[in-house]
Design a protein. Structure first.
Length: 286
């Protein structure tokens, strides 16, 4: 190959010789234990001499991230309705228990549906993915997580024996306001991140606050979208006062903290002038 060849061009050459391994399925490395090289990297800019040995790893069958998100988020949306409408095969009850006497149950269904409808809209119209695909095998694990938790928390929230929050309307109203603010914040951050790649570039840039007040959280954290996401589920936990929702929120926080720390470290490694005040997910703490 020519010294000015990009890794993407090398992937395409490899695919031409071995049609079975399309570019998204290839991991090209300089070292067997090193990181995969990015498509835009140029061979002569890498730490190699006049000759270079590249290592190939088969990543397995791939699936597009847009398809992944559509599958992951459509499931919880419809699974929740099975419990909300109290299908006979779920609770095995007669018509007297066909609906809940507690308004918060209806409100919880609206909020839960709104959250996943918003995610589906963002997937189609907002998100710009730096990595186009993920291993197909991961879709089963991801769906078990999202779909399973949706069924578990929906079962208890819509159960005939469900009891409303201890502090009544005050607790519910506070949670709804917090929920809506966090959803607006999460959406604002996703739009701001999408604008960084408006021209289709995959080059990583430092995200900065805009005129939108919800983006001002960028002053303090690297991943405010995760901060708002956790806030959304905390508010849903307060609204429903349901233990399965609380456990789901805790797992969300743990997983998103891991993702936020990884992204924060990447920013620090790639940008020498990265804002020193920022933390991964919680201002001044974590």
């Amino acid at each position: 190959v020519e010294p000015n060849a990009t890794i993407r061009e090398i992937r395409l050459m490899f695919h031409k010789l071995y049609p079975r391994w399309y570019p998204a399925r290839q991991s090209i490395k300089l070292d067997p234990k090193g990181k995969s090289l990015r498509d835009e990297e140029i061979l002569q800019h890498l730490p190699v001499g006049t000759t270079a040995t590249l290592y190939f790893k088969d990543l397995g069958p791939q699936i597009g991230w847009t398809t992944v998100f559509l599958i992951e988020y459509t499931g919880p949306l419809f699974i929740y309705f099975l419990f909300y409408f109290r299908m006979p095969f779920v609770y095995g009850l007669d018509e007297r228990f066909a609906s809940s006497p507690h308004p918060v149950v209806n409100l919880a269904c609206i909020c839960h549906s709104f959250h996943y409808i918003k995610r589906l809209i963002e997937t189609v119209f907002v998100h710009r993915f730096s990595h186009g695909t993920m291993p197909l095998r991961n879709i089963v694990k991801n769906c078990l997580y999202y779909w399973g938790f949706a069924a578990w928390l929906a079962y208890y929230i819509n159960h005939p024996l469900y009891t409303p929050p201890s502090y009544g309307k005050k607790q519910i109203n506070f949670a709804v306001i917090m929920f809506l603010l966090c959803e607006a914040g999460n959406f604002s951050i996703h739009v701001a991140l999408s604008d960084l790649r408006r021209n289709g570039s995959k080059t990583r840039k430092i995200p900065y606050p805009t005129k939108n007040p919800f983006t001002w959280l960028f002053f303090f954290v690297s991943c405010p979208n995760y901060t708002y996401e956790v806030g959304t589920w905390i508010s849903f936990t307060i609204m429903t006062q349901c233990v399965p929702v609380g456990l789901f929120t805790l797992l969300c926080f743990i997983q998103m903290t891991i993702w936020a720390k990884d992204k924060h470290c990447t920013y620090l490694r790639e940008f020498k002038d990265y804002p020193s005040l920022r933390m991964p997910i919680i201002p001044f703490l974590l």
